[in-house]
Write a protein that binds this ligand. Structure first.
Ligand SMILES: NC(=O)c1ccc[n+]([C@@H]2O[C@H](COP(=O)([O-])OP(=O)(O)OC[C@H]3O[C@@H](n4cnc5c(N)ncnc54)[C@H](OP(=O)(O)O)[C@@H]3O)[C@@H](O)[C@H]2O)c1
Length: 346
């Protein structure tokens, strides 16, 4: 192979919002898999908001969440989702030609034995079920953790019912756009909160949300939510936390269900590991990894919905590994509609 190994390294701990200068692209000869290892060539890399917390230095505050040591660190490959094809293998579980997905980092090739970053990838590297006959990128987007999160949170925990009101934040993002459609398919009145008119238009005119609220231009969010949810809020799928969460919580019905799924409003300020403890609200935190053993069931059911046209998704593709830091910063600032991925190779 004439290719080189391209890796995005963390160059510096960010202060607040990351900058492109906090990352560095490094090239070296291709690695060789050892005993029990395989070499995979990246097709898509995933840029996810939670990676921001992994970019903080290790400290006492986040030690509990770094039991295996820092997952990424200055001078090391940035952690991140990797969807690729096995091109060399000394491991029968990952044969040549298999499409694999795992948190193998922002790089165009990765060597692994399948067990990396058990905290954020407890099932290890997964061999994707390509027989489902869906575009391969879906295993990094709607059929990856980004889509499995709303699938399991909605179907197993929040359990929306016909006639209830469901409110979704970051509603035009990877997870929120799926969460709202799952509430809609069981007959909820669905309200989405998101950060642009284009996003509001997408979730209401294409995804079937009943109401969209642009929190960046709506002067009185509390009043807009009251108008949108006259019977109160039964199901609250919270991707962002902060003042928007408080405004929605004020409308909770006595039988409401709430899950804190993400803290998009605070990733740049809350150190990893403190997010669960410093939150000023009693919150059941959703963790998608609790459902690792059921991932295959969720993937099959959602693939069926995609194929019968009842679940829509959008992939927001940025081309080229060198653009990965910019693509990631864009997710933190709300540039993306649907799941943002970086395409590295065909
Ligand atoms: N608990 C779990 O197991 C689990 C698993 C996967 C993901 N997550 C979390 O779920 C959340 C959604 O993930 P995703 O991959 O679907 O990301 P996403 O929603 O596609 O992208 C993040 C979005 O956050 C919004 N945002 C950024 N700053 C904000 C702010 N200050 N206030 C409100 N919204 C803000 C932006 O949209 P706007 O334009 O609308 O602002 C941005 O597009 C993330 O917090 C992620 O970490 C949790």
């Amino acid at each position: 192979m004439s290719d080189t190994h391209k890796k995005i390294l963390l160059a510096a701990y960010p202060n607040g919002m990351p900058r492109e200068s906090d990352f560095r692209l490094e090239e070296s000869p291709l690695p060789t898999p050892g005993a029990d290892e395989f070499l995979a060539r990246a097709l898509y890399l995933s840029v996810d908001p939670f990676l921001r917390m992994l970019m903080n230095p290790s400290s006492e505050a986040n030690a509990a969440s770094r039991t295996e040591g820092p997952i990424t660190d200055v001078g090391r490959v940035m952690a991140g989702g990797f969807l690729g094809e096995v091109v060399e293998s000394n491991n029968a579980k990952y044969p040549r030609g298999a499409i694999v997905e795992g948190i193998l980092g922002w790089q165009n090739y990765a060597v692994s034995n399948g067990w990396v970053n058990k905290r954020h990838n407890p099932g290890g590297v997964v061999v994707c079920e390509t027989g489902l006959d869906v575009p391969v990128s879906l295993f990094a987007s709607v059929l990856g953790r980004a889509g499995l999160t709303p699938y399991f949170c909605m179907t197993r925990e929040l359990k929306p019912q016909a006639g209830e009101t469901a409110v979704i934040t970051s509603a035009a993002g990877a997870g929120g756009s799926i969460a709202g459609q799952i509430a809609k398919r069981v007959g909820c009145h669905v309200v989405g909160v998101c950060g642009s008119d284009e996003k509001v238009d997408w979730i209401t005119s294409e995804l079937g949300f009943d109401v969209g609220i642009n929190y960046k231009t709506t002067p009185d969010i509390a009043a807009a939510l009251r108008d949108a949810c006259p019977r109160g809020v039964d199901v609250h799928y919270d991707n962002v936390g902060g003042p928007i969460m408080e405004a929605i919580a004020a409308l909770h019905t006595p039988t409401h269900r709430y899950r804190l799924v993400g803290i998009a409003s605070s990733y740049n300020t809350v150190p990893e590991g403190q997010s669960h403890w410093s939150w000023p609200y009693e919150k059941p935190m959703f963790v998608v990894h609790d459902y690792t053993k059921e991932y295959a069931d969720g993937i099959r059911e959602m693939a069926g919905w995609i194929k019968d046209g009842t679940l829509k998704y959008r992939e927001d593709i940025v081309e080229g590994i060198e653009n990965t830091p910019k693509a990631f910063i864009g997710v933190l600032t709300g540039d993306n509609i649907g799941k943002r991925l970086v395409k590295v190779a065909d």
